[in-house]
Write a new protein. Structure first.
Lengths: 340, 307, 360
């Protein structure tokens, strides 16, 4: 087993090594004898600018992005120790945090950690559901924007769509709480009309949460969809209609496949955002709501078990990534396609 | 021509959708002026400005607000230059590495904000322990660092979009006329990017100001406006929160209006363009008459990082 | 101050592709030299090599006797006028022109004064305050030239600057450029694919093809005594007949073509049995329906169409085996035959040459 000290050294070196290797490889690629080479990085930018570029991009990717991630992954494999024991003999690599996530204890594997595992599964499934619902709700809007609305009407609609998102998402979640609360708008209206006898506990049943999450990510879904639908050739749709295809057929088999990348882009984004949601579950969640991300939060600031928190965070990240990559493979798309 | 019924159905749907979008906000706005201590819109009892006054006296919120401002400005100073460098490097990176580079730079946007917050805190805690100093263990510093990781990516996308339409021949011409590389960068490239720099700065500030997920981890024992807000909302609250929302809406409406009136449409829409980060960049050519389309290659002006 | 440009066996290779192949040339100081050739012949690459944006893979480049190896574009005594002109859109006309002086640390008042002087030279006085997008095509050209002249280069390099202009403007600008060059007296190196442009403006022309310099000479030399089949067909209009050389003597050769045996000049001293092409200019190939001087070559054709152009008439003909031939009648030549009729086209042996057939 590598000691943690060595693990750390490796960690620190890894990004630099990688960068050096990649740079060397590209330099070599350009170096064929008797051939005119494109100017090198510093030849092209000069030293002052070159150093600025390298430093800024380097610090960003290495210090702000890569190293923290690696560091988090590293911590997830370590014991929880008080500060004075870190670096000492008890600081070794271990799988105990992941064991805790799966089995509820760091040593035995007899029973499953039902609570957390269920929360994880529910979060993922709920996010998928939210993504799907979001897509269904937003598709007609995006379609309208892309193919029906024109000129001033289009611009007005865009502004109107964007407007609600000027408000902070916590405030928006709060607004939903007002609307869905026992004495809130919906209950008051339903009681007033006589459809129900007692106020419905929307919050307890997680309906408020779902509605809030779907609402929150509308924008993130509408715009990639809008972009994608915008680029579908009108000719294809016209041709299909000429041939007598019904409207639902046109959408399912002609428009959507053509807009595949945009749809995947929007859905990926919404899915990642939903699983990582923190504010909405905190504000709109009932007492029995178990969203995974607040559980992660608690590992840090309630239980103060950072390595465990890191492990949970990594599980969340890995789960999301795994799902997204699988979905992309199934749709035969690459990451670059949807991230464009 | 599309069958009429589809158009009508779609239009009706859009209308209902807009109502659904605005209803919660309308409710909240009304509740800000309503007397009951628990925020509600109906029944409307009496008009009052009490909650606005409470808001102005709320020390915690004011403190959080000041912190948010301060962090926002720092993030602008960090993220804009980094984003610029990232975009320039993107143009120069070896073609075979470009996809990898792109994925690396866009990754911070896709990764859940909580993870970014967590990883930032862990990393700098480790560094603190190793260096034996507590200097790095500062909520404001960590928040700035954590937020910058993905806000730089937003800025980078914005700059990339603008750079793609830059005529390289201008740099060559300046160089040929005797300029040094530094002069070319400062005198030719930066002036061209000035609108993008402005947009990026506004974008960075707004993104930082209303971020919650990353901030709540990175801020440690300190507070920003969003964390104060979250705390208050969880604990049960007064319509002072609604009042805050109304203030924010009013301010942003004003800002949007003045930006439109000042004909800074380019500013507004280029901010809008990269807001979502992972959305199609402005590589799409602007379609003739439908200028609005290009502008609408976009997401909200203030479209927050939704987590 | 101007300088000579000398290229010694300059080669530029990109990977497997050779863009410039062993070019050796000396451009005299103050000369207006053009590189002429079709797209892809390497002339742009060559220009960029001279200006310093590309390093040659082999060979030596000197300007004014100084070896330019390792010297970047910003330190060479050259100025390049780009095909797209590359005027700085965010600066005014005067600021554009003064840019070269600005980067050299020239104080503002001084450089704007100099800009105004140059505006006079290019006949754009008082336009200094305008923005670039307010200018017409021809005006932009002149600003580009003024901007380049501001840095007092020893050599001015021009990359097909007129290609984006319409015909009348192009012709006007040709004269302008020539006049400016004479006035300023520095070496101009100009690249173009338009042979009319090259012929009117240049002191000497270098014809390029596939990276190689096929021939260098004055316009007259290229036109009257082309050294390769490519040059003969590229510079000016020409009629071609392929065949095999029968015999050669005294600088003349007899070549057997599908249209009969022709006699022509043999500058390349081709031997019997060589595969060759016969070239004759349209103005030397004239329709005559009488006489039978055996020394005159003649071809039986069928007149297809006439193109009357005021000062000249093109007569388009075809032989029995489908060769297209072009005859050019000036105002003093006898009237053109009627389309549809048969005719004989005659040409003197002195007016035609045989050259080795162009490589594929």
């Amino acid at each position: 087993m590598i000691s943690v000290a060595w693990g750390h050294r490796l960690l620190l070196l890894l990004p630099f090594l990688l960068t050096a290797v990649l740079w060397g490889w590209t330099a070599l690629d350009n170096r064929a004898a008797g051939v005119s080479r494109p100017p090198g990085f510093f030849a092209r930018n000069g030293w002052p600018v070159g150093i600025y570029l390298l430093l800024a991009a380097g610090v960003w990717l290495v210090v702000l992005v890569a190293l923290p991630q690696l560091s988090m992954i590293d911590m997830s494999f370590r014991h929880k120790l008080p500060i004075n024991q870190i670096g000492g003999p008890r600081d070794t690599y271990t799988l105990e945090n992941y064991r805790y996530f799966l089995f509820g204890s760091t040593t035995s594997t007899s029973s499953w950690n039902v609570v957390h595992l269920r929360a994880f599964a529910m979060t993922i499934i709920s996010s998928l559901l939210i993504t799907a619902l979001n897509f269904i709700i937003c598709y007609p809007i995006a379609y309208y924007l892309a193919r029906i609305a024109r000129g001033a009407q289009l611009r007005l609609l865009l502004v109107l769509l964007i407007a609600p998102f000027w408000v902070n998402d916590i405030l928006r979640a709060f607004a939903f709480r007002i609307v869905f609360s026992e004495k809130g708008l919906i209950n008051t209206a339903l009681l007033g009309v006589g459809w129900i006898a007692q106020p419905i506990d929307f919050i307890g049943f997680n309906i408020a949460l779902f509605a809030g999450l779907i609402y929150a990510y509308t924008l993130m879904m509408v715009f990639p969809l809008y972009n994608a639908l915008d680029s579908v050739e009108a000719a294809q749709i016209e041709a299909a209609r000429d041939l007598g295809a019904p409207w639902w057929h046109i959408h399912l088999f002609i428009v959507m496949p053509a807009a595949k990348a945009g749809i995947a882009s929007g859905c990926t984004l919404v899915f990642m955002l939903a699983t990582g949601a923190l504010a909405a579950p905190l504000v709109l969640g009932g007492p029995s709501t178990l969203w995974f991300t607040p559980i992660v939060y608690d590992r840090f600031y309630q239980v103060f078990n950072w390595p465990q928190g890191a492990a949970y965070a990594f599980v969340l990240l890995a789960g999301c990534i795994a799902l997204v990559i699988t979905a992309l493979r199934l749709l035969r798309l690459s990451l670059a396609d949807i991230a464009r | 021509m599309k069958p009429a019924f589809i158009r009508v159905a779609c239009a009706a749907y859009v209308l209902i959708f807009l109502v659904y979008l605005f209803l919660p906000l309308a409710v909240m706005t009304v509740s800000a002026f309503n007397t009951p201590a628990y925020p509600r819109a109906l029944p409307f009892e009496r008009f009052t400005l009490e909650w606005f006054m409470r808001l102005a006296q709320d020390d915690a919120m004011l403190y959080g607000f000041r912190n948010s401002l301060w962090i926002g400005m720092l993030v602008v100073l960090v993220a804009v230059p980094i984003g610029l460098a990232g975009a320039v490097v993107m143009q120069q990176v070896h073609p075979r590495l470009r996809s990898l580079y792109y994925v690396l730079t866009v990754a911070p946007i896709l990764v859940p904000g909580v993870i970014i917050g967590i990883s930032t805190v862990i990393f700098w805690r480790e560094i603190s322990i190793w260096a034996g100093t507590r200097n790095f263990y500062n909520g404001v510093l960590l928040t700035v660092l954590g937020q910058s990781s993905f806000i730089s990516a937003y800025c980078m996308l914005l700059f990339t979009a603008r750079l793609q339409r830059f005529d390289r021949a201008l740099e060559d011409a300046a160089y040929d006329l005797g300029a040094t590389h530094t002069q070319v960068f400062l005198q030719i490239l930066l002036p061209y990017l000035r609108p993008a720099i402005l947009s990026a700065a506004v974008l960075a500030f707004l993104s930082s100001f209303e971020n919650y997920n990353t901030t709540t981890f990175a801020i440690l024992s300190d507070q920003t406006l969003t964390t104060v807000l979250a705390g208050q909302v969880r604990q049960g609250t007064t319509p002072a929160v609604s009042a805050l929302a109304v203030v924010i809406i009013a301010v942003t409406l004003l800002a949007m209006l003045s930006a439109e009136l000042l004909r800074h449409r380019g500013l507004v829409w280029s901010m809008v363009r990269s807001r979502i980060g992972a959305v199609r960049s402005a590589a799409r050519p602007a379609a003739g008459t439908i200028v609005g389309m290009q502008q609408a290659n976009a997401v909200g002006l203030y479209g927050p990082r939704e987590d | 101050m101007t300088a000579e440009v000398a290229l010694e066996e300059v080669t530029v290779r990109f990977g497997q592709f050779t863009a410039v192949d062993n070019v050796s040339l000396r451009v005299a100081p103050g000369e207006f030299f053009s590189f002429l050739g079709p797209s892809g012949c390497g002339k742009t690459t060559l220009l960029r090599t001279i200006s310093g944006f590309i390093d040659p893979s082999a060979g030596r480049l000197t300007i004014g006797g100084r070896d330019m190896r390792g010297i970047g574009p910003n330190r060479r005594p050259t100025a390049l006028i780009f095909q797209s002109l590359a005027l700085f859109p965010l600066m005014t006309v005067a600021e554009n022109i003064a840019y070269g002086l600005r980067v050299r640390g020239c104080p503002k008042a001084e450089r704007l004064r100099r800009a105004e002087e140059l505006l006079q030279v290019v006949a754009l006085a008082d336009q200094g305050g305008k923005r670039i997008d307010q200018l017409s095509g021809g005006q932009k050209q002149r600003v580009a030239i003024a901007r380049a002249l501001a840095v007092e280069p020893e050599v001015l390099l021009l990359d097909e600057p007129l290609s984006a202009l319409d015909l009348k403007l192009r012709q006007h600008m040709r004269n302008e450029l020539r006049a400016i060059q004479r006035r300023v007296g520095i070496t101009f190196i100009y690249i173009t694919h338009d042979q009319g442009e090259a012929l009117t403006m240049s002191d000497r022309i270098g014809v390029m093809r596939n990276g190689r310099l096929e021939q260098v000479g004055t316009g007259r030399e290229l036109y009257d005594t082309p050294e390769t089949a490519f040059v003969a067909s590229f510079v000016g209009e020409v009629n071609m007949l392929t065949g095999i050389v029968q015999d050669a003597a005294d600088g003349m050769a007899r070549i057997e073509t599908p249209r009969g045996i022709m006699l022509a000049r043999n500058p390349k001293d081709l031997r019997a049995g060589a595969s060759a092409t016969l070239f004759v200019r349209p103005e030397a190939l004239l329709p005559r329906s009488d006489h039978d001087d055996p020394a005159i070559n003649r071809i039986a054709v069928h007149v297809i169409d006439l193109a009357y152009e005021g000062n000249q008439t093109h007569v388009m003909c075809a032989t029995a085996c489908g060769n297209r031939l072009l005859s050019l009648l000036g105002p003093r030549d006898p009237a053109a035959p009627i389309p549809g009729s048969a005719a004989w086209l005659d040409f003197a042996p002195q007016d035609a040459i045989v050259l080795p057939s162009a490589a594929a």
